[in-house]
Ligand binder design. Structure first.
Ligand code: 1CP
Length: 349
């Protein structure tokens, strides 16, 4: 299935800042615990089991498109799947997130991060993409974790608030840090290229925790590796989205990493974000996911404020500023989609 089949969709055209009909909208974590139909098919145990089952994973990928009428689907998978598949020893624990058996501590641990061969290591991801794309009438977004955010799980051993071990390695042993980032960049590239080959029409690089870094740390220790991933995928021609949380002070640097689209969280207004990212890039964001919990009227007002901050710039994809919270009411999210489609404006150039 060609990854170019959706080149005329509102979503892909907005990524490329081309004129289109309606403001496209999708939600990070749109598949997941907020949907009863997800809870019905997800099954018990590790999410990695559901991800390794293309029947279930393709069904979960489609669920939010059916329910919300969003303009894009996102592959049901997780950012630690490639590291898990090459045998690093990482699981995803319900209610917690990624947890590793033995933390990445020393040079010898690089051996646990061999190159990924998607066809033999993650055939189920390729199969899920193929099946989902066949059934979808909107573009499928493939994704990978950016090297820094994946490193933070491997080095900390699990979710972390301050990323202190990760920063200690980054600063204390620069040579090892860059070798680790190189390996993780290789995993991301291999995984993303396989997803595009199987039919993904766009990709998102999740650097969720990049906002924990100072601009200098980001520039020296992280940006070159994310830029390498984005550049390698650029050769496919599909649009690339680059997202992180709390990244207001590094939006210009993220823009310079090369993606067509920069994801913005709710801490920065879109008009300010646009100035920081600079010309030539589209933006994605940025309704505070907590407003969805505040009910329909608060969520609608919030969505209208986001639309107003964008004006009618064609380089815009509506999303939340981070993922859908598990307690969200699906009906409220459906109303947000409606407001965006009915009231969003796109300038014809
Ligand atoms: O069923 C479950 O166990 C629910 C929780 C869950 C889900 C639905 C996890 C555990 N992963 C996923 C799927 C997932 N993960 C998707 C596809 C679904 C969709 O978006 O619709 C995606 C894109 C991810 C990406 C992901 N995993 C990120 C980046 C996005 C983000 O939210 O910042 C991160 C940081 C992870 C790690 C992870 N996996 C799961 C959890 C709870 C976490 C976060 C842990 C933490 O807070 O550090």
């Amino acid at each position: 299935m060609s990854s170019r089949r959706f080149d005329d969709s509102d979503f892909v055209r907005a990524c490329r800042r081309q004129p289109h009909e309606r403001v496209p909208v999708w939600f990070m974590r749109q598949a997941g615990r907020s949907l009863p139909e997800y809870r019905a098919v997800r099954g018990a145990g590790s999410i990695l089991d559901a991800i390794a089952d293309p029947d279930r994973a393709a069904e979960i990928t489609l669920q939010p498109v059916r329910r919300y009428g969003v303009d894009a689907a996102i592959l049901f998978s997780d950012i630690v799947v490639p590291a898990h598949a090459v045998g690093f020893g990482v699981d995803v624990v319900p209610g917690t997130g990624p947890v590793v058996e033995h933390r990445f501590e020393a040079r010898r641990d690089l051996q646990r991060l061999r190159l990924l061969d998607p066809a033999s290591d993650t055939p189920y991801v390729i199969e899920t993409v193929r099946r989902a794309v066949e059934m979808l009438d909107v573009p499928l977004i493939g994704f990978a974790g950016a090297p820094f955010t994946v490193a933070s799980y491997l080095v900390e051993g699990g979710p972390s608030r301050h990323h202190e071990r990760t920063k200690a390695l980054m600063v204390g042993d620069e040579a090892l840090w860059h070798d680790l980032m190189d390996r993780l960049a290789d995993l991301a590239v291999a995984s993303l290229l396989a997803q595009v080959e199987a039919g993904a029409a766009a990709v998102q690089l999740f650097d969720s925790w990049a906002g924990a870094l100072s601009p200098d740390q980001y520039q020296r220790s992280v940006a070159p590796h994310s830029a390498r991933v984005l550049e390698a995928v650029g050769a496919t021609g599909v649009p690339r989205i680059h997202f992180g949380v709390g990244t207001g002070e590094i939006l210009d640097q993220m823009g310079a990493c090369g993606a067509e689209v920069v994801g913005v969280d709710f801490r920065v207004r879109l008009d300010a974000a646009r100035r920081r990212v600079g010309p030539g890039r589209a933006l994605q964001g940025n309704l505070d996911p907590a407003l969805v919990l505040a009910g329909e009227s608060a969520a609608r007002d919030g969505a209208r404020a986001v639309l107003a901050a964008n004006g009618d710039d064609p380089g815009f994809i509506f999303n939340l500023g981070h993922g859908v919270l598990p307690a969200s009411d699906p009906d409220v999210l459906a109303r947000v989609v409606q407001v965006v489609h009915d009231e969003g404006r796109v300038r014809c150039e």
